[in-house]
Design a protein around this ligand. Structure first.
Ligand code: PEP
Ligand code: MN
Length: 357
């Protein structure tokens, strides 16, 4: 339910409504837009009609949200969410097309720094490398853990890129909060509800990947788990789903991008690396993703994919990444997007990015 405030409502009136909502055992979430200020009410809303919220001073109207996902829905926030990062001009969901790139796994310091240097020169603003890997086999490389996070922190310091990395469980998530700028929740964990709730209490933005066989509604309900705990900075990601097709690792479902954007104000990225599983398909599907209106891309890049410890066959060579970027530059103006590929430079640590010794 949404309590829409009058434009002249005072901060005291807004506070009184939030207090009333919380005293009734519901949760109040402010939804600030350029057109209106509203308070979303979540919880088991049975009986809320008789609580007299509509008669309180400053209230313009009460709107019932028809969808099962409330905070994620465009009904609660008509404007697009733009995810921002402290002390950075990088955004996801605004006019600027977001580019996240990096190796599937952090394998060693030299491997990670080699790839990061090439990506920084190519203008990537967000670097993704997995320090904790969800692998089908328990005998496959599981990631370097905290050592990997320290390498990622070094990448941020040396090259100035923001760090995105996957939390496979709550323990990993807590470690990641000390080192990274954005938490990835992988496809296999899309419905790990305790992990989603913990991510919802994190100060970091969350990149939520669609499950291997998840419907759009299930993806949006998982985003709702994160938002319901207070974290508004959620970015969705289409990474391909399981189908009968056997010519590619997964089927990149580009039709979900405009569908998600219609139902939700959250940004949505495309991952053509996992979506295809083959490096020569990544650029064509990346261009198609931009053309259907994706808010950005996440792609895997490796300087020596033959020897990569995970996802080598789908990892692009750095030169292919550079080539993809130049083709994107031709397409993006058509869909009214900009692309900032000025090479990134190293920068000093900021308060929001305190790393452990
Ligand atoms: C990854 O990004 O490397 C990954 C494991 O992705 P997904 O969760 O989409 O399979
Ligand atoms: Mn991968």
């Amino acid at each position: 339910m949404l309590v829409v405030m009058q434009s002249r409502a005072t901060s005291d009136e807004i506070r009184a409504i939030c207090e009333r909502i919380e005293s009734l055992g519901f949760r109040a979430h402010s939804v600030e837009g350029t057109q209106r200020y509203a308070i979303a009410v979540t919880g088991d809303l049975r009986g809320i009609e008789s609580c007299g919220l509509d008669d309180m001073p400053g209230v313009q109207e009460i709107i019932r949200i028809s969808k099962p996902f409330k905070l994620v829905s465009r009904e609660s926030r008509p404007e697009n969410t733009v995810v921002r990062f402290p002390n950075s001009d990088v955004t996801i969901g605004g006019e600027e097309f977001a580019l996240i790139a990096g190796p599937c796994s952090v394998e060693s310091r030299s491997q990670t720094l080699t790839i990061a240097e090439k990506l920084a020169a190519a203008g990537a603003k967000l670097f993704r490398g997995g320090a904790y890997k969800p692998r089908t086999s328990p005998y496959a490389f599981q990631g370097m853990g905290v050592e990997g996070l320290k390498i990622l922190a070094e990448v941020r310091e040396k090259f100035g890129m923001l760090i995105v990395t996957e939390a496979v469980d709550t323990e990993a998530l807590e470690a990641i909060e000390d080192y990274a700028d954005m938490i990835q929740i992988g496809a296999r964990n899309m419905q790990n509800f305790s992990l989603l709730k913990r991510a919802g209490r994190s100060p970091l933005p969350v990149l939520l990947k669609r499950g291997l066989s998840a419907t759009l509604e299930e993806l949006l309900m998982s985003a709702e788990y994160i938002m319901s705990e207070g974290n508004r900075n959620v970015v969705l990601c289409e990474r391909g789903v399981r189908t009968f097709a056997d010519h590619s690792r997964n089927t990149l479902d580009l039709s979900v991008i405009p569908a998600a954007q219609k139902l939700s104000h959250l940004p949505i990225l495309s991952d053509p690396s996992h979506g295809t599983g083959k490096r020569d398909r990544v650029t064509p599907l990346a261009l198609a993703s931009a053309a259907v209106g994706a808010d950005g891309l996440i792609v895997e890049v490796h300087h020596d994919p033959e020897h990569a410890l995970s996802d080598g066959p789908q990892s692009m060579f750095p030169e292919q990444f550079v080539n993809m970027v130049s083709q994107l530059r031709a397409i993006l103006p058509v869909v009214h997007r900009t692309l900032n590929v000025e090479p990134t430079k190293g920068r000093a640590k900021t308060e929001a990015q305190v790393t452990r010794p």
